[in-house]
Design a protein around this ligand. Structure first.
Ligand code: 1HE
Length: 264
Protein backbone atom coordinates (compact mmCIF):
# COMPACT_ATOMS: atom_id res chain seq x y z
CA UNK A 1 0.00 0.00 0.00
CA UNK A 2 1.30 3.46 -0.93
CA UNK A 3 0.89 5.35 2.34
CA UNK A 4 3.03 8.33 1.31
CA UNK A 5 0.65 11.13 2.19
CA UNK A 6 0.64 14.74 1.19
CA UNK A 7 3.85 15.00 -0.81
CA UNK A 8 4.50 15.01 -4.53
CA UNK A 9 4.78 11.47 -5.86
CA UNK A 10 5.85 12.96 -9.18
CA UNK A 11 7.86 16.17 -9.56
CA UNK A 12 7.30 18.53 -12.46
CA UNK A 13 9.52 21.31 -13.72
CA UNK A 14 9.29 23.28 -16.98
CA UNK A 15 12.81 24.09 -18.21
CA UNK A 16 12.31 26.27 -21.26
CA UNK A 17 10.45 24.09 -23.76
CA UNK A 18 11.19 20.86 -21.86
CA UNK A 19 9.01 19.39 -19.10
CA UNK A 20 11.10 17.38 -16.64
CA UNK A 21 8.91 14.82 -14.90
CA UNK A 22 10.41 12.91 -11.98
CA UNK A 23 9.24 9.78 -10.16
CA UNK A 24 9.59 10.88 -6.55
CA UNK A 25 9.48 7.96 -4.11
CA UNK A 26 13.23 7.41 -3.71
CA UNK A 27 12.69 5.73 -0.31
CA UNK A 28 10.74 3.01 -2.19
CA UNK A 29 13.11 3.12 -5.15
CA UNK A 30 10.38 4.92 -7.13
CA UNK A 31 8.12 1.85 -7.17
CA UNK A 32 4.98 2.64 -9.17
CA UNK A 33 1.81 2.58 -7.08
CA UNK A 34 -1.70 3.35 -8.36
CA UNK A 35 -1.30 6.90 -7.05
CA UNK A 36 2.00 7.29 -8.88
CA UNK A 37 0.26 6.28 -12.12
CA UNK A 38 -2.38 8.98 -11.52
CA UNK A 39 0.24 11.62 -10.67
CA UNK A 40 2.17 10.67 -13.80
CA UNK A 41 -0.98 11.03 -15.91
CA UNK A 42 -1.55 14.57 -14.57
CA UNK A 43 2.07 15.55 -15.21
CA UNK A 44 1.86 14.18 -18.76
CA UNK A 45 -1.32 16.17 -19.46
CA UNK A 46 0.38 19.32 -18.25
CA UNK A 47 3.46 18.62 -20.36
CA UNK A 48 1.35 18.06 -23.49
CA UNK A 49 -0.33 21.42 -22.92
CA UNK A 50 2.77 23.56 -22.34
CA UNK A 51 5.98 21.80 -23.40
CA UNK A 52 7.54 20.84 -26.73
CA UNK A 53 9.39 17.80 -25.32
CA UNK A 54 9.70 15.95 -22.04
CA UNK A 55 12.17 14.08 -19.87
CA UNK A 56 11.19 11.29 -17.48
CA UNK A 57 13.59 10.68 -14.62
CA UNK A 58 13.69 8.99 -11.24
CA UNK A 59 14.71 10.95 -8.15
CA UNK A 60 17.49 9.34 -6.10
CA UNK A 61 19.96 6.61 -6.96
CA UNK A 62 17.50 4.44 -8.93
CA UNK A 63 15.25 5.16 -11.87
CA UNK A 64 12.47 2.79 -10.84
CA UNK A 65 11.98 -0.57 -9.08
CA UNK A 66 8.82 -1.30 -11.09
CA UNK A 67 5.37 -2.15 -9.87
CA UNK A 68 4.68 -1.40 -6.20
CA UNK A 69 4.54 -5.02 -5.09
CA UNK A 70 2.90 -4.05 -1.81
CA UNK A 71 -0.31 -3.16 -3.66
CA UNK A 72 -0.45 -6.45 -5.52
CA UNK A 73 -0.83 -8.91 -2.72
CA UNK A 74 -4.46 -10.14 -2.59
CA UNK A 75 -5.69 -8.05 -5.51
CA UNK A 76 -8.96 -9.24 -7.13
CA UNK A 77 -8.42 -10.54 -10.68
CA UNK A 78 -10.59 -7.89 -12.33
CA UNK A 79 -8.75 -5.09 -10.47
CA UNK A 80 -5.42 -6.50 -11.65
CA UNK A 81 -6.62 -6.45 -15.26
CA UNK A 82 -8.00 -2.91 -14.91
CA UNK A 83 -4.73 -1.80 -13.30
CA UNK A 84 -2.68 -3.12 -16.20
CA UNK A 85 -5.01 -1.43 -18.69
CA UNK A 86 -4.60 1.85 -16.80
CA UNK A 87 -0.81 1.57 -17.09
CA UNK A 88 -1.31 0.95 -20.81
CA UNK A 89 -3.39 4.10 -21.22
CA UNK A 90 -0.98 6.30 -19.27
CA UNK A 91 2.16 4.93 -20.97
CA UNK A 92 0.37 5.39 -24.30
CA UNK A 93 0.09 9.11 -23.46
CA UNK A 94 3.91 9.08 -23.56
CA UNK A 95 4.48 6.83 -26.57
CA UNK A 96 1.72 8.06 -28.88
CA UNK A 97 1.26 11.63 -27.68
CA UNK A 98 2.19 14.89 -29.36
CA UNK A 99 5.62 15.60 -27.81
CA UNK A 100 8.76 13.44 -27.70
CA UNK A 101 9.94 12.01 -24.37
CA UNK A 102 13.49 11.08 -23.36
CA UNK A 103 14.10 8.93 -20.27
CA UNK A 104 17.10 9.52 -18.01
CA UNK A 105 18.07 6.25 -16.35
CA UNK A 106 20.33 5.32 -13.43
CA UNK A 107 20.54 2.46 -10.94
CA UNK A 108 17.67 -0.03 -11.05
CA UNK A 109 15.56 0.00 -14.21
CA UNK A 110 13.45 -2.95 -13.26
CA UNK A 111 10.16 -4.54 -14.36
CA UNK A 112 7.59 -1.78 -14.75
CA UNK A 113 10.42 0.77 -14.61
CA UNK A 114 11.85 -0.67 -17.79
CA UNK A 115 8.33 -0.74 -19.26
CA UNK A 116 7.99 2.97 -18.49
CA UNK A 117 11.37 3.69 -20.09
CA UNK A 118 10.35 1.61 -23.12
CA UNK A 119 7.35 3.89 -23.69
CA UNK A 120 9.67 6.90 -24.09
CA UNK A 121 11.17 7.63 -27.50
CA UNK A 122 14.84 7.88 -26.51
CA UNK A 123 16.51 6.18 -23.54
CA UNK A 124 19.70 7.51 -21.93
CA UNK A 125 21.32 5.45 -19.19
CA UNK A 126 24.34 6.26 -17.05
CA UNK A 127 26.99 3.67 -16.22
CA UNK A 128 25.27 2.78 -12.91
CA UNK A 129 22.10 1.60 -14.64
CA UNK A 130 21.11 -2.05 -14.63
CA UNK A 131 18.11 -3.69 -16.22
CA UNK A 132 16.09 -6.55 -14.80
CA UNK A 133 12.76 -8.29 -15.38
CA UNK A 134 12.17 -10.33 -12.20
CA UNK A 135 8.53 -11.11 -13.03
CA UNK A 136 9.15 -14.87 -13.07
CA UNK A 137 10.60 -14.76 -9.55
CA UNK A 138 7.70 -12.65 -8.29
CA UNK A 139 5.04 -14.95 -9.76
CA UNK A 140 3.65 -12.35 -12.14
CA UNK A 141 3.95 -11.23 -15.77
CA UNK A 142 4.66 -7.86 -17.34
CA UNK A 143 1.58 -5.62 -17.34
CA UNK A 144 2.83 -2.19 -18.37
CA UNK A 145 3.23 -2.83 -22.08
CA UNK A 146 6.58 -4.63 -21.86
CA UNK A 147 5.58 -7.69 -23.86
CA UNK A 148 4.97 -5.34 -26.79
CA UNK A 149 7.46 -2.50 -26.30
CA UNK A 150 10.46 -4.19 -24.65
CA UNK A 151 10.12 -7.26 -26.86
CA UNK A 152 10.21 -5.02 -29.93
CA UNK A 153 13.27 -3.17 -28.69
CA UNK A 154 15.48 -6.09 -27.64
CA UNK A 155 13.64 -9.12 -29.07
CA UNK A 156 11.30 -11.54 -27.31
CA UNK A 157 14.13 -14.11 -26.89
CA UNK A 158 16.28 -11.73 -24.81
CA UNK A 159 13.30 -10.47 -22.85
CA UNK A 160 12.17 -14.05 -22.17
CA UNK A 161 15.67 -14.91 -20.93
CA UNK A 162 15.61 -11.94 -18.53
CA UNK A 163 12.14 -12.87 -17.25
CA UNK A 164 12.86 -16.58 -16.89
CA UNK A 165 16.31 -16.41 -15.32
CA UNK A 166 16.21 -13.07 -13.50
CA UNK A 167 19.38 -12.10 -15.36
CA UNK A 168 20.35 -8.43 -14.98
CA UNK A 169 22.01 -6.52 -17.79
CA UNK A 170 24.42 -3.57 -17.74
CA UNK A 171 23.81 -0.32 -19.59
CA UNK A 172 26.56 -1.18 -22.05
CA UNK A 173 24.99 -4.52 -22.95
CA UNK A 174 21.52 -3.01 -23.11
CA UNK A 175 22.80 -0.45 -25.60
CA UNK A 176 24.26 -3.27 -27.74
CA UNK A 177 20.87 -5.04 -27.53
CA UNK A 178 19.04 -1.93 -28.73
CA UNK A 179 17.14 -1.37 -25.45
CA UNK A 180 18.69 2.04 -24.86
CA UNK A 181 20.13 4.67 -27.19
CA UNK A 182 22.90 6.38 -25.18
CA UNK A 183 25.22 5.50 -22.28
CA UNK A 184 26.83 8.30 -20.25
CA UNK A 185 29.32 8.33 -17.38
CA UNK A 186 27.68 7.95 -13.95
CA UNK A 187 25.56 10.91 -12.91
CA UNK A 188 25.23 12.41 -16.39
CA UNK A 189 22.12 10.77 -17.86
CA UNK A 190 19.77 13.60 -16.85
CA UNK A 191 21.93 16.30 -18.38
CA UNK A 192 22.24 14.32 -21.63
CA UNK A 193 18.50 13.54 -21.68
CA UNK A 194 17.65 17.24 -21.31
CA UNK A 195 20.08 18.14 -24.11
CA UNK A 196 18.44 15.57 -26.41
CA UNK A 197 14.94 16.66 -25.42
CA UNK A 198 15.86 20.27 -26.25
CA UNK A 199 17.05 19.13 -29.67
CA UNK A 200 13.75 17.34 -30.37
CA UNK A 201 11.81 20.37 -29.10
CA UNK A 202 13.37 22.40 -31.91
CA UNK A 203 11.83 20.20 -34.62
CA UNK A 204 8.65 21.01 -36.49
CA UNK A 205 5.69 19.82 -34.41
CA UNK A 206 4.12 17.85 -37.28
CA UNK A 207 7.41 16.07 -37.96
CA UNK A 208 7.59 15.02 -34.33
CA UNK A 209 3.94 13.94 -34.43
CA UNK A 210 4.59 11.78 -37.49
CA UNK A 211 7.74 10.26 -35.96
CA UNK A 212 5.85 9.39 -32.76
CA UNK A 213 2.60 8.23 -34.32
CA UNK A 214 3.16 7.13 -37.93
CA UNK A 215 6.60 5.51 -37.74
CA UNK A 216 5.73 2.88 -35.08
CA UNK A 217 2.34 2.13 -36.68
CA UNK A 218 3.99 1.61 -40.05
CA UNK A 219 6.03 -1.19 -38.44
CA UNK A 220 2.75 -3.01 -37.78
CA UNK A 221 1.64 -2.69 -41.44
CA UNK A 222 2.40 -4.59 -44.61
CA UNK A 223 5.06 -2.98 -46.85
CA UNK A 224 2.32 -1.90 -49.24
CA UNK A 225 0.24 -0.19 -46.53
CA UNK A 226 3.36 1.21 -44.87
CA UNK A 227 4.55 2.89 -48.05
CA UNK A 228 1.07 4.30 -48.65
CA UNK A 229 0.92 5.69 -45.11
CA UNK A 230 4.42 7.11 -45.52
CA UNK A 231 3.42 9.02 -48.66
CA UNK A 232 0.43 10.57 -46.90
CA UNK A 233 2.46 11.60 -43.83
CA UNK A 234 5.26 12.90 -46.00
CA UNK A 235 2.86 15.10 -47.97
CA UNK A 236 0.97 16.28 -44.87
CA UNK A 237 4.13 17.38 -43.06
CA UNK A 238 5.63 19.09 -46.10
CA UNK A 239 2.66 21.39 -46.77
CA UNK A 240 2.67 22.97 -43.30
CA UNK A 241 3.84 26.62 -43.08
CA UNK A 242 6.50 25.48 -40.61
CA UNK A 243 7.98 23.07 -43.18
CA UNK A 244 7.88 25.69 -45.93
CA UNK A 245 9.78 28.16 -43.77
CA UNK A 246 12.37 25.54 -42.75
CA UNK A 247 12.94 24.43 -46.34
CA UNK A 248 13.30 28.04 -47.45
CA UNK A 249 15.71 28.75 -44.58
CA UNK A 250 17.97 25.95 -45.78
CA UNK A 251 17.89 27.13 -49.40
CA UNK A 252 18.68 30.68 -48.30
CA UNK A 253 21.60 29.36 -46.19
CA UNK A 254 19.98 30.46 -42.93
CA UNK A 255 19.71 26.93 -41.50
CA UNK A 256 22.30 24.70 -39.83
CA UNK A 257 23.91 22.05 -42.03
CA UNK A 258 23.98 18.38 -41.14
CA UNK A 259 27.24 17.83 -39.23
CA UNK A 260 29.48 14.77 -39.35
CA UNK A 261 29.26 12.85 -36.04
CA UNK A 262 31.79 13.69 -33.35
CA UNK A 263 31.67 10.32 -31.54
CA UNK A 264 33.38 8.15 -34.18
C1 1HE B 1 9.64 -1.74 -3.03
C2 1HE B 1 9.90 -2.12 -4.37
C3 1HE B 1 8.78 -2.51 -5.16
C4 1HE B 1 11.78 -1.60 -3.45
N1 1HE B 1 7.56 -2.49 -4.59
N2 1HE B 1 8.41 -1.74 -2.51
N3 1HE B 1 10.12 -5.12 -8.88
C5 1HE B 1 11.05 -5.84 -8.22
O1 1HE B 1 10.92 -7.03 -8.05
C6 1HE B 1 12.21 -5.05 -7.68
C7 1HE B 1 12.25 -5.15 -6.17
N4 1HE B 1 13.26 -4.26 -5.63
C8 1HE B 1 14.57 -4.57 -5.54
O2 1HE B 1 15.03 -5.60 -6.04
C9 1HE B 1 15.46 -3.59 -4.82
O3 1HE B 1 14.64 -2.81 -3.97
C10 1HE B 1 16.27 -2.65 -5.75
C11 1HE B 1 17.33 -3.46 -6.50
C12 1HE B 1 15.37 -1.91 -6.75
C13 1HE B 1 16.97 -1.57 -4.88
O4 1HE B 1 17.71 -2.20 -3.83
P1 1HE B 1 18.11 -1.35 -2.54
O5 1HE B 1 18.96 -2.25 -1.68
O6 1HE B 1 18.68 -0.04 -2.95
O7 1HE B 1 16.74 -1.00 -1.78
P2 1HE B 1 15.81 -1.91 -0.84
O8 1HE B 1 16.33 -1.88 0.57
O9 1HE B 1 15.57 -3.26 -1.42
O10 1HE B 1 14.42 -1.14 -0.91
C14 1HE B 1 14.15 0.08 -0.23
C15 1HE B 1 12.69 0.09 0.12
O11 1HE B 1 11.92 0.13 -1.09
C16 1HE B 1 12.24 -1.16 0.86
O12 1HE B 1 11.17 -0.80 1.70
P3 1HE B 1 11.41 -0.60 3.30
O13 1HE B 1 10.04 -0.24 3.82
O14 1HE B 1 11.95 -1.90 3.80
O15 1HE B 1 12.42 0.52 3.43
C17 1HE B 1 11.67 -2.04 -0.26
O16 1HE B 1 10.72 -2.96 0.21
C18 1HE B 1 11.01 -0.98 -1.13
N5 1HE B 1 10.84 -1.43 -2.49
N6 1HE B 1 11.24 -2.03 -4.60
C19 1HE B 1 7.40 -2.12 -3.32
N7 1HE B 1 8.93 -2.88 -6.43
C20 1HE B 1 2.82 -3.51 -14.45
S1 1HE B 1 3.57 -5.01 -14.22
C21 1HE B 1 5.21 -4.69 -13.77
C22 1HE B 1 5.82 -5.89 -13.15
C23 1HE B 1 7.00 -5.51 -12.34
O17 1HE B 1 7.36 -4.38 -12.20
S2 1HE B 1 7.81 -6.82 -11.60
C24 1HE B 1 9.19 -6.09 -10.84
C25 1HE B 1 8.91 -5.64 -9.44
Amino acid sequence: MDRTAGENLVTYELRGAVAVIGLNRPEKRNAISDRVVEALASALERAAAEARAGVIRGQGAHFCAGLDLGEHVEKPLIDAIAGSRRWHRVFDMIERGTIPFVSALQGAVVGGGFELAASTHIRVADASAFFGMPEGQRGIFVGGGGSVRIARLIGAARMGDMMLTGRTVTAEKMEAWGGINYVTPEGQSLEKAIELAEATAGNAQMSNYAILNALPRIQDMSSEDGLFMESIMSALTSVTPEAEERLRAFLEKRAKKVMAPRDV
